[in-house]
Design a protein around this ligand. Structure first.
Ligand code: GLU
Length: 385
């Protein structure tokens, strides 16, 4: 069914895969981190802090997507069941989130690893402007070697603005920070051919090359009362990450030193392959999924270096700016005859570009009073048509 013969050997793939990873997102589910009866599981958090700090020390950039706030808050409030109303759930999350961060702070401090809290909503990820703000903040934190601990902003997100579960949130974070790998740690070893709690013959599937409807069927019904999504949302997350060009490993957070072993290439859990390379996926998205919000008329010199030398677009090559776009929007690059030859995501607002067009990068800060980037469109955000 899934394990067709023409698939590459997973053990070899894992080593190769691990060797190519620099930035990874690790998602840890509520069931591992907390319980209603005992609140936060300090031992698990201590161990997580040890492993994640270790990865940072080895040179990986790691982001953590952590659940557990609502369960921790419920325990503080003495509730044994998830509150029925949204405000009550939000209140529990608010109480639990600060407790959760406090425990993380204490645990990471022992390893001299600084952490930061980042709370996101669906709105932050679907608005291009806020997406870029969030991305810049995460990039800056990583450049300071600070580990971002991300959760959904449960206290402000009303139902329709929610991602809804941290599995899907972790896939979106993977795209936001352009990570190379998503690891989802849960209390099950990976994807099985049947529900392992109900069927003794169920076996673990080590490799999935594409999340098809057949694969999704394997997850139906596997959900318990405390987790938000069960295997279904994990598969959705793996499918999303694959479409962004990022592989996912779903495995058990109860395996000793699980993250270290994954990064050593050990074959744990289920590996979901990416559909195409991350850059290819991104470029495909820029070229075909986004509607251009304006046009930049470029001189022949800029056109030449973009097409023939693989360079980014700098302000000096821009002759005219058309349209009213924001930083992060897609724009068309046209030559002096008006022919479109490339598309990309701009780093500056149309009005800012109007002021810096034709100028050298060294002059950007003097003209605008600030500078986000040297490039108006970075090469990785630029697609030739
Ligand atoms: N944001 C929720 C919390 O911290 C968890 C959502 C999830 O586990 O998917 O309680």
């Amino acid at each position: 069914m899934v394990l067709s013969n023409n698939l590459p050997k997973t053990a070899i793939d894992r080593k190769k895969l691990a060797a190519g990873i620099k930035r990874l997102v690790v998602k840890v589910g509520s069931n591992l981190l907390a319980s209603v009866e005992n609140g936060l599981n300090l031992e698990t958090i201590e161990h997580l802090a040890l492993e994640l700090s270790g990865l940072w020390q080895q040179g990986y950039e790691v982001l953590l997507v952590s659940s557990g706030a609502t369960l921790a808050g419920m325990q503080s409030l003495g509730l044994s069941e998830k509150p029925k109303t949204i405000p009550a759930r939000q209140a529990a999350a608010a109480i639990g989130q600060s407790r959760l961060m406090w425990v993380y702070e204490q645990s990471f401090k022992k390893h001299n690893q600084m952490v930061a809290q980042v709370l996101l909503t669906q709105d932050d990820l679907s608005s291009r402007h806020r997406f870029l703000n969030a991305r810049n903040t995460l990039d800056t934190l990583l450049s300071y070697k600070v580990l971002p601990i991300i959760n959904e902003n449960d206290t402000v997100a009303v139902e329709e603005l929610k991602v809804g579960d941290n599995d899907n949130l972790s896939a979106l974070v993977t795209s936001l920070c352009e990570a190379d790998l998503l690891v989802i740690l849960s209390d099950i070893d990976g994807l099985y051919t049947a529900d392992p709690y109900l069927n003794a013959d169920a076996c673990l599937i080590p490799l999935v090359d594409c999340v098809t409807s057949e694969i999704e069927k394997l997850a139906s019904g596997s959900k318990d009362s405390q987790s938000t999504g069960g295997m279904i949302t994990k598969l959705q997350a793996a499918g999303k990450a694959a479409s962004f060009g990022v592989p996912t490993i779903i495995t058990s957070g109860r395996i000793p030193n699980v993250l270290t072993r994954i990064m050593q290439g050990e074959e744990l859990g289920t590996l979901f392959l990416a559909c195409e390379s991350r850059l290819a996926a991104r470029k495909h998205w820029i070229a075909y999924a986004l509607k251009p919000h304006g046009r930049l008329v470029l001189d022949d010199g800029a056109k030449h270096v973009i097409i023939n030398k693989g360079k980014s677009l700098l302000p000096s090559g821009i002759k005219a700016v058309e349209g009213n776009f924001e930083a992060g929007d897609a724009v068309s690059c046209v030559d002096v005859s008006g022919k479109e030859f490339a598309r990309g995501l701009v780093n500056y607002h149309a009005q800012e570009l109007e002021q810096i067009k034709g100028h050298r990068t060294g002059e950007i800060e003097k003209i605008l009073g600030y500078k986000y980037y040297d490039e108006v469109i970075h090469r990785n955000d630029l697609v030739l048509l």
